[in-house]
Structure formats: C-alpha cells, structure tokens
Write a protein that binds this ligand. Structure first.
Ligand SMILES: [Zn+2]
Length: 371
C-alpha cells in the first residue's frame, strides 16, 4: 500500500487541510478502481466501511490478489468534517457558499467534444485511453478558486481514469440503496445484489452534476454525439447509500466491505473465486419514478411506514400535526413502491420532503435530486 497526502489550498490564515489517499495494487496494468467515503462529511457509516475496506484490501494486496490499482480515500471531505456548529456536524453543504459538496463537478462532455476533434479512431481501447487523457487535461485546466473547489477538482481528477467509481454515502433513515446511470444498470444490479440493496435508482442526467455522474455521463454522451467511433461506457460509477446516518456498526461495515470486495472479484479487479451470489432484493427503477412526499404544512411528523416497507398507491405514509391549529394532515403515497428513505427529524417545515418511495414508472422530470 502506498499513501499519498494531498494538501488543499489554505482557505484562511493558519488553516491547512489534507486529503489522505491510499493506493493498493499496481497502477501499471491500467485497470483502476476508485472508492471514496463521506463526501457528505456527516455521513459517518461510509468512513467505517472504508476502515474495513482498508484492512481487507491490505490483506489482498499483500497476497498479490489485486489485479490493477485500487484507490481508497477513507475520508473525502476534511472541510465538511470541520463544520461543527455548536454540537451539530454540518457536512452536506459548504458553509462558505451554501453549495452541496456533491454538486457542481465538471461536466466533461462539452470540453471533450472540442478537444477530441480528429483524435478518435476505430479502436475502442485506444479511444478510451484518449478520452481519459483529454478528460484529465480538462480537469488540469480547471482553475479552482476556493478550497472546496480545489477539493472537488482533486477528487474528480483522482477518479476520472478509473474503470469503477464507488462514492459511499448514507441517507437520514434508509435501507441500502444505489444511484447510477441508466446505461450502467447491468453491472450495478450485480453490485446491488451483492450488497443487499433494496432500491436502485437510474437516471441519465439527474441535474447539478453530482460526483458519480461527472465520471460516467460523458462516456454515453460522447458515444451518442460521435457515432462514427466506438466509445464504450468505460466507467461504472455508483453512489452507494449505506442505510441511515446512525447505523455506524462494525458488523454492518465489515459485511458491506466484504460485499464490495466480492463485486470487485465479479468484475475481475480482485483475483480469486467470489462467494456465492445472494438473491436479489430489488429491481432497478427510474429516478424519475421516485415520489418525494412533501409536508403540506409545518408540523410534527408521525410516520406509519418505515424504510424498507412496500407501499401501495393511496396508502398512508405519515401524518403532519400542526401544534398551533391542531390540524392533522395525511400524507399518502400516489405511487406503489418501496419506501427507501425518510428524514431523521420529526418536525417538518412547509414543503419539506419527508420520505421517498421508489416507484417503477417515470413521472418526474427536471432536477431529480434534492438540494
Ligand atoms: Zn450523501
């Protein structure tokens, strides 16, 4: 294992933060997996899974079983981790700008279309190498202004030439679920089965350039726009939501790390026979089919459904109780599906999304992710 420390630019006099990056295996094969934990810094389960992954990958590396290179960033957001506000860790948004740490990565398709003129040919593998090289050049030209932008540039640069990218997060209260690009459904369903995921949400564009999409989206977009040249989907990029924010347990984390390693065996990045494939617990559904249930007015949230529950259209999911007027309003699902996540707090402001149901039919459009 090789350890790199990347210094972030100092945001303020006397402050200097560092990102630690672990490299397993060997970079010379050209095969690469990139895994990062807790880009939203207050999503702690991911950092515990990374601890177990580090141990398992060290053993595999020592035994010579890592086929290419595996890069692990066990703590991806030192800026957010320091945003402790009077007892509450605030790791989702950059305090300085209000921007979500998982939004506004570089959409590579437009600059790549300009840079690739005359550089692609009939050989798919050569095209992949060219697109990766030019993608890294686009990122090298990114003039990051703030410390947070520099962090985003660094993370995207570390991942841009990887075959597989796993961005480990969690939700407030949730069952394990995944987000990925629609063209990547097949390999990602295998990962979902390995991890026991109960929802897999697919979108070609989910809006505002989240990290996972910034690594995968340009591959199918370039293939559509440059049909004369073979361009495969060369990066399987996935956001893994490791249940709820309080599920920080060694047993779960060890199990998740083992499932990730088993999938890397399925994908040929780790040698040796993978354990038997468990039964799938869900099918993939469109992100446009997710129903976010919003509170019609402010009030206490009284849930009647929990994460993992199957919900029928018309069924009661929660009631919102206004303590000023005593009004009690029912929140009913309008689609059938799995309730895969709900908020951890029990007081809603008006319009707050309190639960999400994975429906099978697409019905939404526009920006599909919450802020
Ligand atoms: Zn997150």
């Amino acid at each position: 294992m090789r350890i790199e420390h990347h210094a972030l630019p100092s945001p303020s006099t006397g402050v200097q933060r560092t990102l630690r990056v672990l490299h397993f295996g060997t970079a010379t094969s050209g095969r690469k997996v990139y895994i990062q934990a807790s880009l939203h810094a207050d999503e702690i389960p991911a950092m515990l899974v990374a601890q177990h992954l580090r141990e398992q990958l060290q053993q595999l590396d020592a035994a010579g079983l890592i086929a290419g290179e595996i890069v692990l960033v066990p703590m991806a957001n030192p800026i957010g981790l320091a945003q402790d506000i009077q007892g509450t860790l605030f790791g989702r948004f950059d305090l300085a700008t209000g921007v979500n740490f998982n939004r506004l990565y570089k959409h590579l398709t437009p600059p790549l279309l300009a840079r690739l003129q005359g550089k692609l040919g009939a050989d798919a593998a050569a095209n992949v190498a060219t697109i990766r090289r030019e993608g890294l050049a686009v990122l090298a030209d990114w003039e990051a202004q703030t410390e947070t932008e520099a962090l985003k540039k660094l993370l995207q640069t570390l991942a841009t030439d990887a075959d597989i990218v796993l961005d480990l997060h969690c939700d407030n209260e949730a069952v394990l679920h995944l987000y990925t690009g629609t063209p990547l459904a097949e390999p990602v369903m295998q990962l979902a089965t390995r991890m026991g995921a109960e929802a897999v949400l697919l979108a070609k564009v989910s809006g505002d350039d989240p990290f996972d999409e910034s690594l995968s989206r340009h591959w199918w977009e370039l293939a559509e726009q440059l049909p004369g040249h073979p361009i495969p989907n060369a990066c399987v990029s996935v956001t893994v939501e490791l249940r709820g924010e309080h599920q920080v347990e060694d047993g779960l984390a060890r199990q998740d790390a083992a499932a990730l390693v088993a999938w890397l065996q399925d994908q040929g990045h780790v040698a040796g026979p993978a354990p038997a494939m468990p039964a799938a617990r869900c099918e993939a559904t469109p992100l446009e089919g997710v129903e976010p249930l919003a509170a019609p007015h402010a009030g206490l949230i009284v849930f009647s459904k929990a994460p993992g529950d199957a919900v029928q259209a018309g069924e009661l999911v929660a009631e919102i109780v206004d303590p000023l007027s005593d009004q009690r309003s029912e929140l009913r699902a309008t689609v059938s599906g799995v309730l895969f996540a709900r908020v951890a707090r029990r007081y809603a402001s008006r319009g707050m999304r309190v639960a999400k149901i994975a429906g099978a039919k697409a019905f939404r459009s526009g920006k599909l992710l919450s802020m």
